[in-house]
Design a protein around this ligand. Sequence first.
Ligand SMILES: Nc1ncnc2c1ncn2[C@@H]1O[C@H](COP(=O)(O)OP(=O)(O)OP(=O)(O)O)[C@@H](O)[C@H]1O
Length: 213
Amino acid sequence: MNGQVHPSLELRDIVIRLDGKPLVALDGTVAPGETLTVMGPSGSGKSTLLAYLAGFLPPAFDACGRIVLGDRDITDLPAERRGIGLLFQDPLLFPHLSVAGNLRFGLPRHMPDKTTHVRRALADVGLSGYGERDPATLSGGQKARVALMRLLLSAPSAVLLDEPFSMLDTELRDEMRHLVFSHLRAAGLPSLLVTHDQKDTAATRGRVIELGG
Ligand SMILES: Nc1ncnc2c1ncn2[C@@H]1O[C@H](COP(=O)(O)OP(=O)(O)OP(=O)(O)O)[C@@H](O)[C@H]1O
């Protein structure tokens, strides 16, 4: 989206323990533009893995291993300095900001010509003219598209997705799957997707790992 070259996401010998017992063990690399799907039964540690990568691991857990984004070891960085963007099932738009305000929020603070970036992003997802709307007045699919654009405008180096389509109805899910994964591929972003839905996995065209096996 902004001409940046994106790194790969390396997960080096990661082990996450709960009460001293290994819950998640993972070693591998997610290439730029690749989405790695993480599946597994309830309680197998999928959300915990994403929380660890994002920098929000709850204190009940302990972890070892390294998280490396390109040439940056981000393992010990706080969440806000990791360069990792999140897309969850709830679009979590700020209710006190307009649609355009939500998108501007994603942009790096000193970026010039923010208005043009926001206008292009809205046009990109068929929402031209929606900038001044209150997010509460948008449909579920429109909110999801704004959340995707806010994520991409924030120029992350990697993306984590946790059941991102599960709140949408079937038809919208197909549309959002296509939109999200085509944008992640085009932006060259490595990503991890947690889902129970095989159709999500098929849309990524990528590898799948199973936790708790
Ligand atoms: N904050 C926490 N403190 C202690 N234990 C937790 C905490 N959060 C989750 N757990 C436990 O860690 C294990 C993994 O939970 P996690 O939410 O990662 O599973 P999951 O694979 O994402 O499950 P689901 O598919 O149901 O969302 C579970 O046994 C859960 O009870």
